[in-house]
Design a protein around this ligand. Structure first.
Ligand code: GTP
Ligand code: MG
Length: 461
């Protein structure tokens, strides 16, 4: 029965792919980058398709009216073993009193939605077409692990060794470096001693994460999920001299085996589950946070996305290609949480985003993918208004909370420079905004989601 179901699924998927009736949308973003907020808002919007007022709410999603789209409901997920994306919980927390942001994600989940739209082909018997949108959510901490796919244990160790040199003045790594130096790589593993070093290394990774660094690997060390306490997480990069005779059974070889097992059984599986076969990709970047973190964190994000995107397959998707080697034919880089700045800062924010992902986006484009940039807020927590200041009209932000006065957060530089960054760090007011107040049943307020919908769905309908 199972084999029959699997076969039916595979055949259905094949037909959907050939008919171009499926979009596998990859939502890519670091921890706290806004992935869950984005998916929640997207599902919320799609579920209003067909209702009165939707076209007016999404004026730049021109395909909506042109194709008479309506929401077809939740579709059968592709993988029945994966948890369902907790949309109802996320929406419930947004409309609760007081409203709360969706919880940080601790595992993988999937949601598959169906859209129904008018079939204008004169030769077709059916008047309706169906488009399935498949989205996966996951903890941002695990995303960085994708870079390990291309590194063996020695290369991984070398990468971390270089990082320790680069970050020695901005993070404190003395504990694990010192503890690790007393390990004997050519002797049999002594689990208790190794465990102490693993813990110290994990504390350093957590510190890096808190300081806003993106390259925190292995990601499962900071968020182990169901692997907590498993031996597969008991290794550290070897950043010390390697003795000549590290035979089988030695500490070095044992850690190498564990790293390889981690790479194959954890990271490759994660990649297969969440990222293989993507058609379209949205890359969410929190530019303001990166800039606030200082030069090293800003550069770190830049380098990180460059390395990360190497793991995806970009290019034009032909009919057969869709079936046998799917490629991402459209990528959108979005500066997330744009509601944290006033509208007059949007051009600068966009320009900052472009400068941050210059290398990565150039490569994506060179591979033949269509590539766009935009500013976005999936869950808009502020409104931009005019207020009088020293006799002039200036833009300010207001929130739904009457205990919060209108404020001007500050200006955003159009690109990175030391002076601009220092000015930004000193004067920009980066508030922890509370979510907007949403009445039950109301649509989640957002910025530019209609542009995004037109870009990712417009040509598929
Ligand atoms: N102002 C504003 N804040 C946002 C928006 N989207 C997300 N946030 C903030 O960013 C935080 C993280 O958003 P999430 O969507 O949970 O981020 P994530 O990428 O899913 O994070 P992980 O699950 O940890 O990987 C939220 O709790 C909000 O504080 C937005 O559109 N506007
Ligand atoms: Mg999340």
């Amino acid at each position: 029965m199972n084999i029959f179901n699997d076969l039916t699924n595979a055949v259905n998927r094949g037909i959907n792919l050939m008919m171009d009736r499926e979009i596998r949308l990859g939502v890519t973003g670091l921890s706290r980058g806004g992935k869950t907020a984005f998916i929640t808002s997207l599902v919320n919007l799609l579920s209003t398709f067909g209702e009165v007022g939707t076209a007016e709410r999404l004026p730049r999603f021109t395909a909506y009216d042109a194709k008479g789209i309506s929401y077809g409901g939740l579709a059968r997920p592709r993988d029945l073993k994966v948890a369902a994306f907790p949309y109802q919980n996320a929406y419930a927390s947004l409309i609760s009193e007081p409203p709360a942001w969706p919880e940080p994600t601790v595992g993988i989940s999937e949601i598959r939605l169906e859209l129904v739209y008018r079939n204008d082909d004169w030769f077709s018997l059916s008047k309706k077409n169906h488009l399935y949108i498949d989205i996966w959510d996951y903890p941002g901490e695990w995303l960085m692990d994708l870079m390990l796919l291309k590194l063996d244990y020695a290369e991984f160790s070398e990468k971390i060794r270089k990082r320790t040199a680069a970050l020695s003045s901005v993070t404190d790594m003395s504990e694990w470096i010192k503890a690790g130096a007393s390990l004997e790589a050519d002797k049999p593993v002594r689990e208790y001693e190794l465990h102490r070093v693993v813990q110290a290394y994990t504390s350093w990774l957590k510190q890096c994460k808190e300081q806003g660094f993106a390259m925190v690997v292995p990601g499962r060390f900071v968020l182990p999920g169901d692997l907590a306490g498993a031996p597969i997480l008991e290794f550290v990069p070897w950043v010390w001299d390697i003795p000549e005779n590290c035979g089988s059974g030695s500490l070095y070889r044992t850690m190498e085996e564990r790293y390889e097992a981690y790479r194959e059984q954890v990271v490759r599986k994660f990649y297969r589950d969440c990222f293989s076969g993507l058609d379209r990709q949205i890359i969410l970047i929190d530019c303001l946070k990166a800039l606030m973190g200082g030069r090293e964190t800003f550069m770190d994000i830049n380098d990180t996305f460059d390395v990360l995107l190497e793991n995806f397959s970009y290019g034009n998707s032909s009919l057969l290609g869709r079936l046998f080697s799917p490629k991402i034919d459209k990528v959108i880089f979005a500066a997330a949480k744009a509601d944290m700045v006033t509208m007059d800062q949007y051009p600068n924010l966009l320009s900052l985003l472009r400068s941050m992902v210059k290398q990565a986006s150039t490569r994506v484009r060179a591979d033949g993918s269509n590539c766009e940039f935009m500013i976005l807020s999936a869950i808009r927590a502020t409104k931009c208004m005019y207020a009088e200041h020293e006799g002039k009209q200036v833009q300010v932000l207001t929130t739904d909370y009457c205990d919060e006065a209108p404020f001007f957060p500050g200006s955003v530089p159009p690109k990175w420079s030391r002076e601009c960054m220092e000015f930004f760090q000193k004067y920009f007011e980066m508030r922890d905004l509370r979510p907007p107040k949403i009445n039950p049943g109301d649509v989640i307020p957002e910025i530019n989601m209609d542009i995004l919908l037109q870009y990712i769905l417009g040509d598929k309908l």
